[in-house]
Design a protein. Structure first.
Length: 271
């Protein structure tokens, strides 16, 4: 378990583990905290290869006022390392079954989790959602992000690629033990599954259309790499709320937790 990511805030609330079995038989893990009678639940989905624990600071901070839940996607964190299901459709179904556990949810997806949340809305609808929050992920608006060779790096030297990936997520210094723990957690995902999750067979227009079609309140929180996409989404879908974290890394909610938590709490309070 990761303990250094804002553990002081997390210690203020009781955090519990729960498991449920997805419709294809895979056992999935969830972290839960906060008042059981509060609705909507703030439901978090982490990014590629990351565990639910990376949201531990938000669990501790927001769990004092709201019911919060964090999914460990299949193959990640404490969820079962399944042989199959590393597709957009199956991961969206996992999210659908995750949020179905609660009366209503504000779904918060980060990075790949943001795209999977959009795919969930596109495939399963918004009946369970009070709002949607997309965190630092391309949503198909221009400009397209610059290409890279990360998949090739994973194939060539996975340990080194994962170490660089984890370190690059943060702008603020993180304890070496926590960086190592995140890297170990990422490495438990089988290589073929890791690669499959980075190669969803959809054009950028798929994500753009899904974002434009969202009818519940939508908050798009980004770092400068996606700032222009945020402005374009706001232009094309005027009801979208946007926020740019100029001085944070990809895991902006770890780099600037107080600002992120306040932004999310304000968004949820107005639903």
């Amino acid at each position: 378990m990761l303990c250094g990511l804002r553990v002081a805030a997390a210690s203020e609330v009781r955090v519990e583990s729960a498991f449920f079995v997805a419709s294809d038989g895979v056992r999935l893990h969830v972290l839960e905290a906060g008042p059981a009678d509060r609705s909507p639940v703030i439901a978090f989905v982490p990014g590629w290869s990351m565990p639910a624990e990376i949201w531990r600071g938000q669990v501790g901070s927001l769990g004092t006022r709201y019911r919060v839940a964090v999914l460990d996607p299949r193959g990640q964190g404490r969820s079962e390392i399944a042989r199959t299901g590393y597709t957009a459709d199956r991961r969206a179904a996992d999210i659908a079954e995750f949020v179905a556990r609660y009366p209503r949810a504000v779904l918060v997806g980060w990075s790949l989790g943001a795209l999977e949340s959009l795919h969930y809305v596109s495939a399963h609808g918004e009946a369970k959602l009070a709002g949607l929050v997309l965190v630092d992920s391309s949503v198909g608006e221009p400009p397209a992000p610059r290409g890279g060779n990360f998949r090739s790096e994973l194939k060539r030297d996975r340990a080194a690629a994962l170490d660089r990936f984890v370190r690059a997520m943060f702008r603020t210094p993180q304890p070496e033990a926590e960086l190592a723990a995140l890297t170990r957690s990422a490495s438990q995902l089988p290589l073929d599954a890791s690669l499959a999750l980075l190669a969803y067979p959809y054009p950028r227009e798929h994500w753009r259309a899904a974002a434009h079609a969202v009818t519940v309140p939508l908050l798009y929180v980004v770092t400068p790499q996606f700032a222009e996409q945020a402005r374009n989404l706001k232009r094309n879908r005027p009801a979208t709320e946007i926020a740019v974290f100029e001085d944070a890394g990809h895991a902006l909610f770890v780099d600037e937790p107080a600002r992120f938590d306040a932004l999310l709490a304000d968004f949820v309070s107005r639903l």
